[in-house]
Design a protein around this ligand. Structure first.
Ligand SMILES: Cc1cc2nc3c(=O)[nH]c(=O)nc-3n(C[C@H](O)[C@H](O)[C@H](O)COP(=O)(O)OP(=O)(O)OC[C@H]3O[C@@H](n4cnc5c(N)ncnc54)[C@H](O)[C@@H]3O)c2cc1C
Length: 298
């Protein structure tokens, strides 16, 4: 940062571990916590003028951050927490709203379609749009009418079309851009969404390990499951320091309490190496890894 920081929502040397579900990560040189969309726009525009590394952080449920911290500026969206009812089943949702709040406070009371795709996914609406988070039952971007994105060249309201997103990916918000708000258009369902919600919450409790993690570490390769491949390599239960490949689900790497960045990363590398050697398949991470030398910037 060259200029003095002109915001009362900036914090210096902010520890990042508590802002992530993994509970891993050193301090950020500067962290900005805008409370309104105007503040977020101003913070983003100011950051764009600054040299050095920049990172957007939502609920921290899909990131693994280096213990060395982040020698740059992090814009954290969690204070952007407003939901506005626009009428006709349309809602403007700020990016820091927890995804599960959108499900419980908006979708379930109105019995809107699409609950099965979003149930039990932690993190923010902005992160869910960025990752196009979802399940076999559907994904976040399918429910959007448009999305408001701040990019280095200005703020755009992008109408959503199916060609703009795919499996855990999208093209309307390149890395370093900031999703400010999603505009959702829901459809009333003719099936009971509460029953679907309860079913998938129960399934997650039965089938997924509970604790400090990022959910699925790897994307599923075409026509297969990363967890099946890792399990077939005999890696369930493999440990490194405070990290373990879950004995319950091989695509989950858990922080058992005091895991270092290098412990989790070491297990990620081991999975990739052994799956490559045995199956000739290159696993690709779904988790976003923020290394000391990560080149992401706005
Ligand atoms: C127990 C568990 C279960 C999970 N199950 C699922 C699942 O079923 N399906 C699934 O898809 N995912 C799942 N996940 C992964 C994760 O919850 C999702 O990817 C989630 O949508 C990430 O949102 P976040 O706000 O936590 O993003 P973060 O972890 O904060 O960030 C993830 C990425 O999104 C970017 N980002 C975040 N917010 C913004 C923004 N406003 N603008 C621009 N970029 C942004 C970040 O820069 C980063 O690159 C699971 C995770 C856990 C821990």
């Amino acid at each position: 940062m060259n200029d003095p920081i002109p915001f009362d929502f900036a914090r210096i040397n902010e520890p990042l571990a508590p802002l992530t579900l993994y509970g891993v990560g050193g301090p950020a040189r500067v962290a900005l916590f805008p409370r309104t969309l105007d503040e977020a726009r101003a913070a983003y525009a100011w950051l764009a003028e600054q040299p050095g590394r920049k990172l957007i952080l939502g609920g921290g449920s899909n990131v693994l951050i280096s213990d060395a911290g982040y020698d740059g500026a992090v814009l954290v969206t969690t204070e952007l927490a407003r939901i506005t009812d626009l009428g006709d089943d349309r809602f403007a949702v700020e990016s820091g709203v927890p995804l599960n709040r959108l499900v419980r406070d908006v979708m379930l009371p109105h019995n809107y379609d699409g609950v099965g795709g979003l149930t039990g996914i932690p993190g923010s609406v902005g992160g869910a749009i960025y990752m196009n988070a979802g399940t076999v039952n559907g994904s976040t971007c399918q429910l959007l009418e448009s999305v408001v994105v701040a990019r280095p060249d200005g703020v755009a309201d992008v109408p959503m079309t199916p060609d703009l997103y795919g499996y855990r990916s999208q093209t309307f918000c390149p890395p370093g851009s900031l999703i400010l708000e999603g505009r959702f258009r829901f459809t009333p369902a003719d099936t009971d969404q509460r029953a679907i919600y309860d079913h998938y919450i129960r399934r997650r409790i039965e089938k997924q390990p509970q604790g400090r993690c990022c959910g699925s570490v790897f994307r599923n390769p075409e026509g297969d499951h990363a967890g099946r491949l890792i399990e077939a390599c005999g890696l369930k239960g493999a440990r490194l320091g405070g990290a373990v490949i879950s004995p319950m689900h091989a695509n989950f790497i858990m922080n058992e309490g005091d895991a270092a960045f290098a412990d989790i990363l070491g297990l990620i590398e081991r999975c990739k190496t052994e799956v490559r050697a045995r199956f000739g398949i290159e696993l690709r991470e779904e988790v976003v890894i923020i290394r000391d030398d990560h080149p992401d910037s706005t």
